[in-house]
Design a binder for this molecule. Structure first.
Ligand code: G
Ligand code: G
Ligand code: MN
Ligand code: NA
Length: 254
């Protein structure tokens, strides 16, 4: 109950922050993107993961103002990084189902991109496949508007949800993020190997970019690279870090 009360004031008290996790091209060794991940620096409990308070944000409707702030913040960060020479970087933000279906998502994205002066193609949203199977018409309308703005759409946690693959044909999808459940035992598990290779083949044939999530070891990354997936995100390279630390990683690697 007190967490709910605190959440109402979290934005104005500037307790919300974005951390960034690098997405790395393992062929060149360079950072090509950053996933923005929300953190709440609670005065009493310290850093809270969104897993702890996203349901509360959705129930209270605070996902809307916090989501708006988050999209603006990510766009402004990208602009600041471009000005500092962190070129050709993309930023992706996670969009919750409630946010996706709200009337204001398209307007918020449009406005944040215009006022931050970033290139729309460098901004991406991450949605889950479960969000695509409900109300196809509404989803099509929203995704077409986002495509018109020029941003990218990634499917997060790919392979984990319930869906038909038909949406890959129906909707404008630029990137598939292979769920980390398939990566965990990729070197040993025959089924994971077959599934991941099939996803990679499909992505390549459909001209969709691939990112493997949850890569924690060099061996996993080698296996994925040999299977044709050369972009990875995971603790092996870095956990999500504050912007300053991200810049240091970029300076070191790029
Ligand atoms: O960063 P962490 O591992 O704590 O993330 C936990 C979960 O919260 C993940 O599923 C992640 O996608 C989600 N998440 C992180 N940041 C955001 C955000 O800004 N918005 C939404 N909707 N989900 C987020
Ligand atoms: O659901 P989503 O893919 O958006 O979740 C992103 C979260 O996954 C990140 O915020 C991070 O905390 C977590 N994550 C990122 N890399 C790894 C990893 O290599 N291993 C594990 N176990 N979790 C990771
Ligand atoms: Mn994600
Ligand atoms: Na994921």
């Amino acid at each position: 109950l007190s967490l709910e009360n605190d959440l109402y004031y979290a934005l104005e008290r500037k307790e919300m922050q974005l951390f960034y996790q690098p997405q790395v091209n393992v062929r060149t060794g360079k950072i090509i993107g950053a996933e923005a991940l929300l953190r709440w620096k609670h005065p009493k409990y310290g850093y809270l993961s969104p897993a702890d308070f996203i349901p509360l944000m959705e129930e209270t409707g605070l996902i809307i103002p916090i989501g708006e702030w988050l999209i603006r913040e990510a766009c402004n960060q990208l602009y600041a990084w471009s000005s500092k020479g962190l070129e050709e970087l993309s930023i992706s933000v996670n969009i919750s189902p409630v946010q996706f279906k709200s009337d204001i998502l398209v307007g918020t994205v449009n406005e944040a991109i215009a006022s931050s002066k970033i290139n729309p193609s460098q901004f991406k949203i991450e949605i889950t496949e479960n969000m695509l199977v409900h109300s196809i018409e509404e989803t099509t309308r929203i995704l077409d508007q986002l495509k018109h703005i020029g941003i990218g759409v990634s499917i997060d946690d790919f392979g984990k949800g319930y869906s038909s693959l038909n949406y890959l044909k129906k909707f404008p999808i630029q990137t598939i993020k292979i769920d980390r459940a398939f990566v965990k035992e990729i070197e040993q598990d025959h089924y994971d190997q077959v599934i991941v290779k099939a996803i990679i083949q499909m992505g390549k044939s459909l001209n969709i970019n691939l990112i493997a999530e949850g890569t924690e070891t060099k061996q996993q990354i080698e296996y994925l690279r040999n299977s044709g997936c050369e972009t990875v995100q995971g603790f092996y390279f870095s956990k999500p870090v504050p912007p300053k630390v991200f810049e240091e990683l970029y300076d070191t690697w790029n």
